[in-house]
Design a protein around this ligand. Structure first.
Ligand code: IMP
Ligand code: MG
Length: 177
């Protein structure tokens, strides 16, 4: 268990308002027949809220989940991303929305996006809750971005530190010990 206090960065109300605007932008640009692929585990809270806002925006999405693991960062300059749980739905000819919690180096999402394109998706757009802009090591960008995130470790709203804090209804910084 861990009990370190968390300093609020984005409150529940701010997140809810932003997610609602994002859903309307997505509906406008992608239309009403899309397939969501949520990258686990970090994006599950965001995706659940986003889907319900998409409903209000008139979108009728299908959804599937993918788990990706990143290895070699720090030891290998290229980094290596592995799919540890794949989607089971067919993506051929589908208009896709790839959803993740944070866009940082971009390796995870670049890998997932390329995979969906290889499998014949007609279009793959990327939606992230948070963008750590200074940290990119690939040329991928978010098509839909919730918030620009300072270059500090954040937790809550699905995001973890050592598998804790995902349940927080807001996003915040872990206070120094
Ligand atoms: P990248 O874009 O491939 O470097 O991967 C970003 C991933 O690193 C995110 O999906 C998160 O799982 C994780 N991550 C990056 N920064 C944070 C943070 O501040 N808190 C929690 N997880 C983070
Ligand atoms: Mg992640």
């Amino acid at each position: 268990m861990t009990d370190r206090p968390v300093e609020v960065l984005f409150s529940s109300a701010e997140i809810a308002a932003r997610v609602s605007v994002l859903a309307r932008e997505i509906a406008e640009r992608l239309g009403h027949d899309i397939m969501i692929v949520a990258v686990l585990k970090g994006s599950f809270v965001f995706t659940a809220d986003l889907m319900r806002e998409l409903y209000h925006a008139g979108v009728r999405p299908q959804i599937d989940f993918m788990t990706l693991a990143s290895y070699g960062v720090g030891t290998e300059s290229s980094g290596h991303v592995q799919v540890t749980r794949d989607i089971s739905d067919t993506v051929e000819g589908r208009r896709m929305l790839l959803v993740d919690d944070i866009l940082e180096s971009g390796r995870t999402l670049a890998h997932a996006k390329a995979l969906l394109e290889e499998r014949g998706a007609s279009e793959v757009k990327v939606c992230v809750l948070l963008d750590k802009q200074g940290k990119r090591e690939t040329d991928i960008e978010g098509d839909f971005v919730g918030f620009i995130c300072p270059d500090r470790f954040v937790v809550g709203y699905g995001l973890d530190f050592a598998h804790y804090y995902r349940e927080l209804p807001f996003i915040g910084y872990l206070a120094e010990e």
